[in-house]
Design a protein around this ligand. Sequence first.
Ligand code: IMP
Ligand code: MG
Length: 177
Amino acid sequence: MLRDGLALLISEAELRSGVARLARQIDQDYATTGLVLVCLLKGATVFTADLLRALRAEVHRIEFVRASSYGSGTTSSGRVSITGALPAEHIAGQHVLAVDDIADTGHTCVAVAEYINSLAPASLRYCTLLDKPERRQADVRYDYVGFTIPNHFVVGYGMDFDERYRGLPAVYYFPDR
Ligand code: IMP
Ligand code: MG
């Protein structure tokens, strides 16, 4: 048990090997083309920083977009707002990989894919560190998944509850929620 009753779900060592495994898959798929990473703020920042350093494929550019579906609670509203426009000229004609922290209902993936596709990339794939498939509402497919997890609310490694816990180096959950 850590502070506030948090329990460990994925250790730092497990995260490291999960990120390395994802990087190997992505390296194979983008070996000849390279890619543009689009990091979803804010939760995917830590994951993206580690993934970026693990990749051997050429990352031509990294961009950021903000997608939010959560207020301060732990249940999705189903509405996703996207803020912080991507520079269209940096996406058009590029092989784009969206990098997210966690796949839950799937609404974020749908909204982000629709937005990025409107900017005419050469291709678009979606990578998520964590996946909670039990909660899926939208009909979506994630191209790269780090870890499939049970339906817990998780924090750490960039992910927050009400902006807290992002700096924890591993992934934790609240056993009582
Ligand atoms: P979706 O649109 O329901 O798939 O939600 C995805 C987004 O909700 C993620 O990018 C997170 O920002 C947030 N989210 C979903 N589950 C959790 C969680 O367990 N902890 C922290 N954020 C979460
Ligand atoms: Mg998010």
